[in-house]
Design a protein around this ligand. Structure first.
Ligand SMILES: [Zn+2]
Length: 275
């Protein structure tokens, strides 16, 4: 007996696939934050004491940075000219002052500099970090980063990629824990970061960082080498708002990561989305 699938079946299937590809951007519920929402977040929700806690142990003056509207094209009119610039915040009195400057700029992203500077403002050492992004995952639906770039979807990612990158982060954590003892995981809004706070890690020179990055890549982890090697010294500030996806950047214990669902988890959903 010959089975004939009705034509409508194929048409529906094709429609589902093309909607999935064309509409492929970021998981449902994640979206750009408006200027008003950034304002609400940084005035009412951003907890500078938690930020201070993150930097406990650092005695040098930390440099911060903001990007106002490079990707979102959402920025206060008066900063139109600097919307895509990385603005360094290194002149401030205290963290409250940093917060005021963030509220002034209402940026899409806030970072801090992993470099530690000496009293002459020369780089003394650098915090070691690993960056795992969902777009680097080879997705069964959306393909590799190259495939995504070809479709101009280099910044897009899906829930499956988020899930896969989370599992990869757990594996990398376990791998790194063999050599380091002070590790912290951060959900960055898109993917995950692993920060290494061992003092030996701060002291690694450029060559050693390169070999660490190479080793981790060879073990099959899709990290962004620029971050580990140190050329990209800025990293997203924990407890800030990721304005492309409207998620709070939060540190997570390894045990918490296992059940963590970035799309639904209340801890990373800013108040303006919790209604
Ligand atoms: Zn995907």
């Amino acid at each position: 007996m010959q089975r004939v699938f009705p034509k409508i079946f194929f048409e529906i299937t094709l429609t589902i696939i093309s909607v999935e590809m064309a509409g492929y951007f970021i998981p449902e519920g994640m979206r750009y934050s408006t200027l008003d929402e950034r304002q609400q977040f940084y005035t009412q929700e951003f907890d500078i004491r938690k930020v201070a806690g993150w930097f406990r142990g650092r005695t040098d003056k930390i440099r911060f940075a903001v990007i106002i509207g490079r990707h979102t094209k959402i920025f206060p009119e008066k900063y139109a000219e600097d919307a895509s610039t990385t603005i360094i915040i290194d002149e401030y009195n205290d963290l409250e002052d940093v917060k005021s400057q963030i509220i002034e700029f209402l940026p899409e992203a806030v970072y801090y500099d992993r470099n530690v500077y000496d009293e002459n403002e020369k780089k003394a050492c650098q915090e070691l970090a690993f960056d795992l992004d969902p777009e680097n995952i080879i997705c069964p639906i959306h393909g590799s980063l190259a495939d995504k770039m070809e479709r101009h979807q280099g910044l897009s990612f899906c829930e499956l990629e988020l899930q896969m990158v989370k599992e990869e982060t757990l594996r990398l954590y376990e791998y790194l824990a063999k050599n380091f003892s002070h590790l912290k995981i951060v959900y960055s809004g898109r993917g995950f970061h692993i920060h290494v706070f061992d003092s030996e890690a701060y002291e690694l020179n450029n060559k050693k960082r390169k070999s660490v990055a190479k080793d981790v890549k060879e073990k099959g982890f899709d990290i962004d080498e620029w971050v580990t090697v140190g050329d990209m010294r800025l990293i997203r500030l924990p407890f800030s708002l990721h304005g492309l996806v409207s998620r709070t950047v939060i540190p997570l214990e390894k045990a918490e990561l296992e059940d963590f669902e970035p799309v639904k988890d209340e801890r990373c959903i800013p108040r303006f989305l919790r209604k």
